[in-house]
Structures are given as C-alpha cells and as structure tokens.
Design a protein around this ligand. Sequence first.
Ligand SMILES: [Zn+2]
Length: 379
Amino acid sequence: MKWQARKDIDWLAVLPAQAAQAVLKTYLQAWKNCWDGRADKPNFKARVRTVMSVDIPQGRDLNITRVHRRWGMVNIPEIGRVRFRWTKDLPVGKRANKENRITGARLVKDALGWHIAFRVQTLQAKPEPHAGPEVGIDAGVNLPLALSDGNHQDHGRPTRTENGTADRDKWLTAEEKAKLLCLERRAAHRKSFRKPKERTSNRLRNTYDQIRTLRARATRRATDWQHQTTTALARIYGTLVVEQLHIPNMVKSAKGTIEEPGKHVAQKAGLNRAISQEARGRTVTMLTYKAARNGGTVHKVPAPNTSRRCSACGFITPGSREDQATFVCKSPDCGWSGNADYNAARNLLHLYRMGHALIPAAGRAVVRRTRGVKPATAR
Ligand SMILES: [Zn+2]
C-alpha cells in the first residue's frame, strides 16, 4: 500500500523512503497508544507550535567521525555532511560492535537551532540491587524537590516573584528578564497594528522568534538542572518514593466548564504554571530510568492528603495548603510545623512503608538510550 502511494502521489516519491516509513510508524504507534488507553486519539499538529523533527531511522549511513575534541561530522540524507557539537561518548569506529552501536538519529529543531540526538543501543549488565537508603521525594511548589531526610534539592532560584505569584522566568537572569519584558511589549505593540485575518508581519514574527529563543534557553537550563539532580539522587538512594500524579487533570481542573466555572482561576493558573514549569512528570520519568540503571527502584504512592496530613501525628488539617510554605499541624496534641513540601515528602515515604505503593514497572536488561547532542552548525 505504501509503495502504491509513492507511485500515485508525486511529492511522496521525492521523499526518502525511510522518512515516509518513519512517519507511518509514528502514526501507527500513536493509534496503538490510543487503543491501549495511554493517550488520546492522534490529531493534526499545529504548524507553528509543534517541535519540528525528522527521523533518520537507520544508523549505518550516518558515517559519524570525530574531527576534533568538541566536534563531529555526520551524514544526513538529502543534506550531506554536517558538523555537530560532540557532547557525549558515542560508540563509533572501533568502539562500535553488535551490542554497542548507533541505530539511528533524530533531528530536532527548537528556537535555538537544530539538534541531533543519536539512538544508541547498549548491552548493559543487569545492575546489582542498590543497597542505598529509602527516600520520599515531593516535587513541591516552594522547594523544587523536597526529600524526606531533609536533603532538599534546590536550584537556588526564587520560585515566586515579589508579589507572590509563581515565577515563570526563574531560569533567566535579571538582564534576560528585562529583555523578555521589552520584547513582549514590542510584540504586543506590533500586534495592535495587525488587522483581523492579516498575516503576521515579518517584524512581529522576528520579535516572536526572539521571545522563543529566550524561553528555549530557560527550558534548557531547567532540563539541565533536572538531569543533574535526578542523576545524583539515583546514585545515592536505592528506593525512591514519589507521588502518583496526573498533571493534565490538575492543570485543566482550575478552569472548570462554562456551566460550572472554577474558583480562583488566576491563582490556580499561576500555581499550575509553576508545577508545569517544574515539570514533575519529567522528573519522575528521569528518576525511573536512572534508578533502574543503578539497580534502584522508583515507587509511586497515591496522592490524596499527602499535603494536608501531618507527618508527625497523622492528623489531617482540612483546607488547602497549596499556597503556604509552612505546614502547621492543627491537632491540639501535636502542633508540629515545618516546610510544607518536606512534610509531604515524609508522608510519601510513610505511605510506601505502610505498603501503599503501586507496582513498579520491571527493569529491562537491554536499555535503548538516546543521547542528546548540542546544536549542529547547520541552521
Ligand atoms: Zn501533627
């Protein structure tokens, strides 16, 4: 069927066969994810908002060479030889063998330029079970990662602005923040001249691009911190307990419906932004595969009341604590108080010890890893 389509549709035949196959494969996987209940139905991508990416499904034609300590060269189909920044050890040349090789690559474009990520297949020995201590980890609002033993992980950047709202731009420096504000004002000004249905002017698009670049830089800093922190945690601890959380629901719920509008929408939106920015889900994903690599395990425990329950006596203080940095126990006999995120982390560990953990996914011996590589010179 695929080959018929290539005969019938002119532009399809121009594309390399592998690229077309990769698209079909992704599409089929999207439907499989839908049928298995992991995701919604696949729908059309927005041209402007989606990350552009091209897959190179086979590794043998890449012909990767290292030309310098920091630079490598790679063959990209239809483009030619391209230089890229060498940031990770890659199994190329003599170091490549059946068990340890590059099986493909993916080109991704973000606001900072093109990147190439290599798919690397490595045979890893099953790690010895990690004998490290147990820990509860809460991805909090006040502390980026609160740990039940008090070894909190902080990136040293304020999570809130002076007027108490969540600081979306904490990964930017003061100068970059000022620049961003200036650009946003300029964009709003230029947009005000645009008539309905008129196409975006080149100047406005230029300003949007500059805003996107700043934001992409912030995202990259955040991800870098996440990677370093999760790697360190996976090395120290053998058992990591996190909250079972559904971020999309939390973000959606504040808005409510037209019939039943949500309460405190603006405040919750701010909080949700902070949560989304901190990207809890990605932290858990990173922790899970990094722990597995070190012989440790990540356990998820159900979330209700972990933020409202006192970790010293178990008393549930009603009401929301979501905007409070300090937890104060309202039980007349206890009166414990402390960092709210720390309190939640201790509760998570306690729930795990009481046997409330959901069953973790089994680790695999062969791990397929994607190693990120910094931008290539091709833009
Ligand atoms: Zn208490």
